[in-house]
Design a protein around this ligand. Structure first.
Ligand code: F6P
Length: 376
């Protein structure tokens, strides 16, 4: 009897990111063309596997997608164990497990960020053969040198900072550019460094607004009447950081349902208040420096459009290595980028962890050396 042809399921989950299609193509072309496997795409993240929304991936569907932004499969932030179905939150893990077997899958490939790694581990623990690839413009997935999407977003954010320079200079203004990154500041730090921002604020380094104003005033005294502030959306003042940390600790320590609910409300209130932080920061800096301030929120342009060459290369080599692992039946792992090579990292080592910017990272040190204010 001939060997059974392997059948792979593939989905993209979480926020979209440039390079997702390049990765789907990398997995798909290697699996189909090199190993002779079959591949089925599931639409809109884990929900597609619940609803049996499929798309057969063949030579023609995989052609012409390398340079296309977004994901041909669609995506969602649905979690298998907490999915809203007909208005009710339900655990759909067993439905996913049944459908995995119904479609005769040998492996499920999940392309996603931190949340997806956790969800993939849960499915692996429920008995499925799972492999993940690390994607996110935030570059904050643990145990990998890089995630695809980051390089493209970095180029976009850097170009924006370049463009803001001339207008800030002409009007003698402070321009505060808000860059994505709720929990980690790789993108703001990288773009700030590459674009020569005068101030870079990231979640890992809580700031003091007076120190930022001092740095801007110092520039004015030396005849430079404009400043560019690159701020990650999750950057916060020391006071806010203290309050947020206290609320998080309270939630961790909460024993009763009532205490948990209270702590969650406190945390949510702080998060809502923080949503308008960039506008408040600009206003505060205007008051302290007497320089006119403006805000530019880069938002979703950072996630849209064609992936950069670096992301296409990364996504293709991770995708292709993923098909190799399926061939070897090496499951329960994330395909990490390690130098010029790839490495299969057990999902247990990735899930629930985040790669933050270390305060002594070489990018941080370099920024300080060239005179950039980091707000501390
Ligand atoms: O995780 C990637 C990311 O782009 C973050 O930088 C950003 O805070 C978040 O997604 C926005 O998510 P959503 O698409 O759900 O608005």
């Amino acid at each position: 009897m001939g060997k059974k042809i392997k059948r792979i399921g593939i989905l993209t989950a979480g926020g979209d990111s440039p390079g997702l299609n390049a990765a789907i193509r990398g997995v798909g072309k290697t699996a189909l063309g090199y190993y002779g496997m079959e591949i089925i795409g599931f639409r809109d993240g884990f929900r597609g596997l619940v609803d049996n929304r499929r798309i057969k991936l063949d030579k023609s569907t995989l052609a012409g997608i390398l340079t296309v932004g977004g994901t041909i499969l669609g995506t969602s932030r649905d979690k298998p164990h907490r999915m809203v179905i007909d208005g009710r939150t339900r655990d759909m893990t067993s439905v996913i497990v049944d459908n995995y077997h119904k479609w005769g899958l040998d492996c499920l490939v999940c392309l996603g960020g931190g949340g997806t790694q956790k969800n993939a581990l849960r499915l692996h623990q429920a008995g499925l053969n799972v492999i993940t690839l690390p994607k996110t413009i935030d570059n904050d997935v643990a145990m990998t040198d890089a995630t695809f999407g980051f390089a493209t977003a970095l180029d976009i954010a850097t170009e924006t900072i370049d463009r803001l320079h001339s207008t800030a200079h002409s009007h003698h203004r402070i321009i505060v550019a808000e860059i994505m990154g709720h929990r980690s500041g790789w993108l703001a730090l990288g773009a700030g460094l590459a674009g020569g921002a005068d101030v870079i604020l990231i979640p890992e380094i809580p700031y003091d607004v007076v120190k930022i104003a001092d740095a801007i005033r110092r520039r004015s005294r030396h005849g430079t009447n404009f400043s560019i502030v690159a701020v990650a959306e999750g950057a916060m003042s020391r006071d806010d950081f203290r309050a947020m940390t206290a609320a998080e600790k309270k939630l961790e320590r909460a024993k009763t349902l009532h205490d948990k609910k209270e702590a969650k409300i406190e945390l949510a209130t702080l998060e809502v208040r923080h949503a308008g932080n960039t506008m408040c920061l600009a206003k505060h800096l205007e008051e302290l420096t007497q320089l006119e301030s403006r805000v530019t929120i880069l938002g979703y342009v950072q996630r849209g459009g064609t992936p950069s060459a670096a992301d296409r290369v990364l996504a293709t080599r991770l995708g292709s290595a993923c098909a190799d692992l399926i061939h070897e039946e090496h499951y329960g792992v994330m395909v990490a980028a390690r130098g010029d090579d790839t490495e299969a990292v057990p999902l247990e080592k990735v899930a629930g962890k985040r790669k933050n910017v270390p305060p002594d990272h070489s990018w941080v040190k370099a920024a300080r050396r060239v005179g950039t204010c980091l707000g501390d």
